[in-house]
Design a binder for this molecule. Structure first.
Ligand code: HEC
Ligand code: HEC
Length: 80
C-alpha cells in the first residue's frame, strides 16, 4: 500500500479543519444589529421580536436563519 502515508496525512488534515472550524468565534458584532427604528424601540422581551419576524410577518426571517429564540445572543441592539 503505497498511499498509506498520504491517507494518514489526509485524515489528519481533515481532523484539523474540523477542529479549527468548530473553534471559530461567532462574535455577535458581525451579525446585523437590531436597527434603531421605531419598530425596535422599547422591546424588552425576545418574544416581541417574532410579532414581525415570523413567516408571513412584516419582515420574515430568511429560511436559513438559525431557529433560535435567544435573539439578543447574536444581535446586539443599535439603540442607545
Ligand atoms: C413591529 C415590528 C418589528 C418588531 C417587533 C421587531 N422587528 Fe426587527 N425589523 C422590523 C423591520 C420592519 C425591519 C427592517 C428595518 C429596516 O430595514 O429599516 C427589521 C429589521 C431587523 C434587523 C436587521 C435586519 C437587517 O437586514 O439588517 C434585525 C437584526 C432585527 N430586526 C431584529 C429584531 C429583534 C431581535 C427584535 C426583538 C427585540 C425585533 N427585530 C423586533 C420589524 C420589527
Ligand atoms: C445563533 C445566532 C442568531 C440568533 C440566536 C438569532 N439570529 Fe438573527 N441572524 C443571525 C445571522 C448570522 C444573521 C445574518 C444572516 C445572513 O446574513 O444571511 C441574522 C439575520 C437576521 C435578520 C435579518 C434578516 C434579513 O432579512 O436579512 C433578522 C431580522 C434577524 N436575524 C432577527 C432575529 C430574531 C428576531 C431572532 C430571535 C427570534 C434572531 N434573529 C436570533 C444570527 C442569529
Amino acid at each position: 500500500m503505497r498511499l498509506r502515508k498520504a491517507d494518514w496525512l489526509f485524515v489528519c488534515a481533515a481532523a484539523l479543519v474540523v477542529l479549527s472550524v468548530s473553534l471559530l468565534p461567532s462574535p455577535r458584532d458581525r451579525n446585523p444589529p437590531v436597527p434603531h427604528t421605531p419598530e425596535h424601540r422599547g422591546l424588552a422581551s425576545e418574544k416581541d421580536c417574532l410579532r414581525c419576524h415570523h413567516v408571513g410577518g412584516t419582515r420574515p426571517l430568511p429560511s436559513r436563519h438559525p431557529k433560535r429564540q435567544d435573539c439578543w445572543r447574536c444581535h446586539k441592539a443599535a439603540m442607545d
